[in-house]
Unconditional design. Structure first.
Length: 134
């Protein structure tokens, strides 16, 4: 927290602009690949690199005078964190190129620096189209 230059200013809020790069790679194995109902499992690794950030502090004047905005840039070293992804689901082909898909995904951070990324359990459903010959 940055303290204002006088006592007539009160802290109103802060905003952080954080840029990052994300990478991931994985594999998926499909059971019963020739059938209409295709269960699958997947495994992958991911990483995130957090880059420099910009923090903006906003102060409001108590006497309706001009406020004060202070910006600070964090230009420290980029931080790196790793994640493991597990996925299981099923696809159902209802035409040559179209299928329904339903899957559950779990991601778990590991390594020394987690960078504040939570473990995530997710469920997805969707409609998928495949282009090209099959």
């Amino acid at each position: 927290l940055i303290f204002p230059p006088n006592d007539q200013l009160v802290f109103e809020g802060a905003e952080v602009l954080q840029h990052s790069l994300q990478y991931s790679a994985g594999m998926q194995y499909t059971f019963n690949a020739s059938g209409k109902l295709k269960p699958y499992m997947g495994l992958g690794l991911g990483a995130i690199t957090q880059l420099n950030s910009l923090i903006t502090y906003d102060y409001k004047a108590l006497n309706n005078g001009p406020g004060w905005i202070y910006e600070a840039e964090n230009t420290g070293n980029a931080q790196f964190g790793e994640m493991l992804f597990l996925r299981a689901g099923v696809e159902h082909d209802f035409s040559k190129n179209w299928c329904w898909t339903f899957r559950t995904t779990y991601s778990n951070r590991f390594g020394k620096k987690s960078l504040g990324t939570p473990n995530i359990l997710g469920i997805q459903a969707g409609l998928m189209v495949r282009f090209g010959s099959q």
